[in-house]
Design a protein around this ligand. Structure first.
Ligand SMILES: Cc1cc2nc3c(=O)[nH]c(=O)nc-3n(C[C@H](O)[C@H](O)[C@H](O)COP(=O)(O)OP(=O)(O)OC[C@H]3O[C@@H](n4cnc5c(N)ncnc54)[C@H](O)[C@@H]3O)c2cc1C
Length: 545
């Protein structure tokens, strides 16, 4: 995994260089043209990877292999910026990162040195080949096979046969990591472009990220020497894929957030210029409090969570798949909603290509699908936290609520009291689900995943807003506190009302569940909401004029 990461000066330099490059080369006109022509801009990827210009791929290669050794936090910051510029180009970069992951995580020292060194020195494009036509969310049902080739009783290589689907950089990569079923179980193999029996499909005609290449891969008895089996032991493939989810989901979460924020900023700028009924839209509550402010609150809640996970990864914690799932889920769903609302905010202009929000909306949609769909995130989150609830006999969220109340006593502006209400309501719903065995209904389990994501992002936002203020957005602490209060209230209300709906809908048996959920208290906590939204609106208008 990545080490502690870059110093802030180096990181700022990279971000600044990338901004300048984009200002010069990746203009709206150019990006719209790529989108229209459905063209992968190989020349842009080459320049982004060129060490004399940006050397962006070096960010995720450890220093010992001639990379920069960026950490999760650095990758989040660069991913957010890349997505704000163009999510198609960002996906081309992501695919190299993903493609190298199995080697970074599971490779032998020799494999790491060889392949990571080559990616660094030769600026190679990579692709990550996991998904198959019949195996997407359920990778274990894959059918691509790796058949050992033996000489004198020893395995000297493998012949890989099968088909991979929806592979980013599929037709343009130099090196591929391919998941295939060996006799010992799913395993990753390195396959090079041009290998005999290896072919790529035509680029997919996609809804969005049309500047990225997505293609099927066809493998027919593709021979690879035994040293291309990543980790040199069969059967490690799914564990190696799992091991990096905390990390890669933070990255895709940052994509969703970056694209969503970009759409929202465009909507805010537009709202200053557009005069309707005698005043700019930016001054109309019916517009800002529906289309702008709630999106900023959700996106910033997601940011806090992303930063929390990234810091934990950089401090050496392993796994964090569930936290990565919360980060991805909240950030990508919020980004998608923000872009959708940005189209509405621009009215008829939003529905045309020229203003970019229509393209951003199509682009950001993929973040809710790739690297694990939103439903798979809901499932991952719910399964893990359900176990926490059972193991701690309900203490997991009740104790978190107690910590939030303590925080509220010293930092009363952070919305920690609202997050505490959300946490307590969540603990009540989880316990009711246990007593009445409601999670036998898959839908209830998945909805719990959603509620958990809302409650946890509210908590982490309240906890970090003053204690770890972000450097990544041009909004001061009082503004982000107002956003934390807005999100906290929304989370409490959502957990209680959605929780009640699905518990009753699934046949729960407590006649006083609404009382146990403290619904009156949660409604009373909405006091001051409109004032907070007015304040947030003014600050957003000022920051993104
Ligand atoms: C543009 C693009 C780029 C991609 N890049 C890559 C890449 O580089 N490498 C790679 O390996 N893959 C890549 N993918 C594949 C992507 O990760 C998968 O599409 C995704 O994981 C979903 O798999 P699927 O398409 O087979 O959908 P399915 O798994 O069939 O899911 C279809 C729907 O059913 C839901 N669903 C699935 N299982 C369950 C369940 N158990 N319970 C309830 N609901 C469920 C899903 O949430 C979804 O809504 C890419 C996809 C696209 C579109």
């Amino acid at each position: 995994m990545a080490g502690a990461g870059l110093d802030s000066e180096t990181r700022e330099m990279i971000l600044d260089t990338l901004r300048k490059y984009a200002d010069k080369k990746l203009t709206n006109e150019f990006l719209l043209k790529l989108d229209h022509e459905d063209r992968f801009p190989e020349e842009v990827l080459k320049e982004l990877y060129d060490p004399m210009q940006l050397g962006l791929h070096l960010l995720f290669i450890p220093e010992e292999f001639n990379g920069l050794g960026g950490g999760a936090y650095d990758i989040y910051r660069v991913s957010e910026l890349m997505a704000a510029i163009d999510l198609g180009v960002a996906t081309g970069v992501l695919a190299t990162f993903l493609g190298s992951d199995p080697i970074r995580v599971g490779g032998t020292p020799e494999q790491k040195a060889h392949w990571m060194g080559r990616v660094a020195d030769e600026a190679l494009l990579m692709a990550y080949g996991a998904t198959e036509p019949q195996a997407g969310s359920d990778l274990a049902s894959m059918s691509t096979k790796a058949v050992p080739v033996e000489e004198n009783g020893a395995i000297t290589g493998y012949k890989i046969s099968g088909r991979k689907q929806w592979i980013s950089n599929g037709a343009v990569a130099d090196i591929y990591t391919i998941l295939a079923l060996a006799p010992g179980g799913p395993s990753w193999f390195v396959v090079e472009k041009g290998a005999e029996g290896f072919a790529t499909g035509k680029p997919e005609d996609k809804h969005g990220i049309r500047a990225s290449n997505t293609s099927a891969l066809f493998l027919e008895d593709v021979y690879v020497p035994a040293d291309r089996l990543i980790g040199a032991v069969e059967g490690q493939g799914l564990a190696q894929a799992q091991a990096v989810f905390g990390y890669t989901r933070v990255m895709v979460g940052a994509f969703g957030m970056g694209a969503g924020w970009e759409a929202l900023k465009r909507a805010i700028r537009y709202s200053h210029e557009r005069i309707q009924a005698g005043a700019p839209l930016s001054e109309k509550q019916g517009y800002t409090h529906k289309l702008i402010v709630p999106n900023a609150a959700r996106l910033e809640a997601a940011r806090s969570y992303i930063e929390w996970v990234a810091e934990r990864l950089d401090s050496g914690e392993e796994g964090l798949q569930t936290e990565g799932a919360v980060a991805k889920y909240m950030a990508t769903e919020s980004g998608n909603k923000a872009a959708e609302d940005a189209i509405q905010a621009l009215g008829g202009y939003g529905y045309t290509k020229e203003y970019m929000v229509e393209k951003i909306k199509r682009d950001v949609r993929i973040t809710c699908i790739y690297e694990g769909t939103s439903e798979i995130m809901e499932w991952t989150i719910a399964r893990d936290r359900w176990q926490q609830h059972l193991k701690t006999q309900g203490a997991f969220y009740n104790e978190w609520a107690t910590r939030l109340d303590a925080l509220h006593a010293t930092e009363p502006q952070n919305g920690a009291n609202y997050a505490a209400l959300a946490m307590r309501a969540l603990a009540v719903i989880l316990e009711r689900a246990r007593l009445d065995r409601l999670t036998r209904n898959q839908h209830v389990l998945f909805r719990l995943g959603e509620l958990i994501a809302w409650a946890e992002t509210a908590a982490v936002f309240a906890e970090r807003v003053t204690q770890k203020p972000t450097e990544a957005v041009n909004l001061d602490v009082p503004t982000r506190q107002a956003l934390a209060r807005i999100h906290g209230r929304a989370a409490a209300l959502k957990v209680a009302t959605d929780g009640l709906q699905w518990a009753i809908g699934a046949g729960q048996t407590d006649p006083n569940l609404a009382g146990s959920l403290n619904l009156p208290g949660i409604y009373a906590a909405q006091a001051g909401l409109v004032d907070d939204m007015n304040f947030a609106r003014d600050q957003l208008n000022h920051a993104f004029k």
